[in-house]
Design a protein around this ligand. Structure first.
Ligand code: GLU
Length: 420
């Protein structure tokens, strides 16, 4: 069978391909030369499938789409607290090149506007940026020297912002050098597949879906995607998040990315921009994908049916001596709450209790803590508890395992069987 997904994506491009209006970014001379009719999109899943359609091999400069990735690298290198000291996480509601600084601290409002991005760049060096971005993309990225030169020649506004940041003590490095480095960062060349994979690396908790390389720690990606959701679309962020609901970032060369946590990275390229500086047709494609494919962060799959799949008698010659609770799906708060409720409302009568995780596909930290609390209470009630965990779901928390037992806390050790 031929996959229908590229056909579907091509159809989306066709539907959104009309001349939706908009203008090329004129303030960077080299960008004003771009072919306005280029149109491409790509989708990368967190398990490494990549689909590209339209002009998906055309390269363009990353521009402001570099901001979330530089931010992620800075947090990975310096720690979140050190970065938060310099740049806030509040939507400014202003245009990207506005000098929005917090009264009192002088911190830029967020890292997605230029003031914040210049500050973030000052925390990195050029080679770290190029190498880090290449790891996000999964291939070596290069700089478009012509765009770089053209943009640097006309970067007076960014220079003004950088000098202003220095006057507030937010940037301590040489202002000119920071603008130069930031402009270089914006001039890295990518195509939509690179961008989709970069976004998919964020969506995948920091591990590149194809190379398998861990690029940044998991907790960094949650933070960065949250800032993209609230500040990624400049002064259109609220409108964007309600209608599309995908953490996103746009760039003036016409790129647009979206990262849907745990699912996909998306990217579009179409150089004509709306008055906010966001790609006109890119926005249309995202609106379409969000509504067609239910890709809105506020639209989550309904919680699994009961986490308890079945309650059965102990097998074989132990029949009648206790109960087996076969769990399924994701052991998270909502699922475990139901298990705890069932155990409280219909407590097993005397005897053994087996908690069988064979059909569980994920154990969240909170779910593990709730499971162990259930174990402690069952033991306190006089039950003889065993956990069956053939896939070693609990081993993701290695501290728990001592000689095949789980330390449930409070002096309670529970045997864990790897086989039913
Ligand atoms: N390099 C551009 C600037 O700083 C990026 C702006 C954008 O992509 O929105 O002006």
């Amino acid at each position: 069978m031929r996959s229908p997904i590229p056909d579907y994506l091509t159809e989306v491009l066709d539907v959104c391909g009309g001349d939706g209006g908009g203008e090329l970014a004129a303030y960077i001379p080299e960008l004003a030369e771009a072919d306005p009719d280029r149109f491409a999109m790509a989708l990368a899943t967190v398990d490494g499938a990549v689909y590209g359609v339209g002009d998906d091999d055309v390269r363009f400069t990353i521009q402001s789409i570099s901001k979330p990735f530089a931010y992620a690298l800075a947090i990975a290198d310096r720690g979140l607290d050190a970065v938060l000291e310099k740049v806030g996480v509040e939507p400014s509601g202003d245009a990207f090149n506005e000098l929005s600084l917090e009264v009192g601290t002088g911190r830029p409002f967020n890292p997605m506007i230029n003031a914040g991005a210049l500050t973030v760049h000052a925390l990195l060096d050029d080679e770290r940026v190029r190498r880090g971005f290449s790891a996000f993309a999964g291939r070596e990225l290069e700089i478009d020297e012509d765009v770089f030169t053209s943009e640097l020649e006309t970067a007076d506004r960014n220079r003004a912002i950088a000098f202003m940041l220095r006057s507030h003590g937010i940037v301590e490095e040489d202002a000119q050098a920071v603008v130069e480095g930031y402009t270089r960062q914006c001039s890295l060349l990518v195509d939509v597949k690179d961008l989709a994979l970069m976004a998919a690396t964020l969506a995948n908790g920091g591990v590149h879906p194809v190379t398998g390389q861990r690029v940044v720690p998991h907790e960094v990606t949650r933070h960065v995607m949250a800032v993209m959701a609230t500040c990624g679309m400049y002064d259109a962020a609220g409108d964007w998040f309600t209608s599309v609901g995908i953490p996103a970032k746009s760039g003036v060369a016409g790129g647009l990315i979206g990262a849907l946590p745990g699912q996909v990275g998306l990217a579009t390229f179409s150089p004509r921009l709306d008055q906010h500086g966001n790609s006109v047709r890119g926005v249309q494609v995202f609106e379409r994908l969000s509504s067609d494919m239910g890709m809105h962060l506020m639209e989550v799959p309904p919680p699994a049916r009961s986490l308890i799949r079945e309650r059965t008698d102990l097998p074989g010659d132990r029949e009648g001596e206790g109960w087996v609770f076969e769990l399924q799906g994701s052991v998270n708060f909502v699922g475990m709450e139901r298990v705890l409720r069932t155990l409280a409302d219909e407590p097993p009568s005397e005897g053994a209790v087996v908690l069988d995780l064979t059909r569980v596909h994920e154990v969240r930290d909170v779910g593990r803590r709730m499971l162990l609390e259930a174990v402690r209470r069952l033991v306190a009630d006089g039950h003889d508890v065993t956990i069956v965990d053939p896939d070693g779901m609990l081993e993701a928390f290695p501290d728990d395992h001592a000689d095949g037992d789980v330390d449930a806390g409070g002096g309670v050790e529970v045997p864990v069987l790897r086989r039913r």
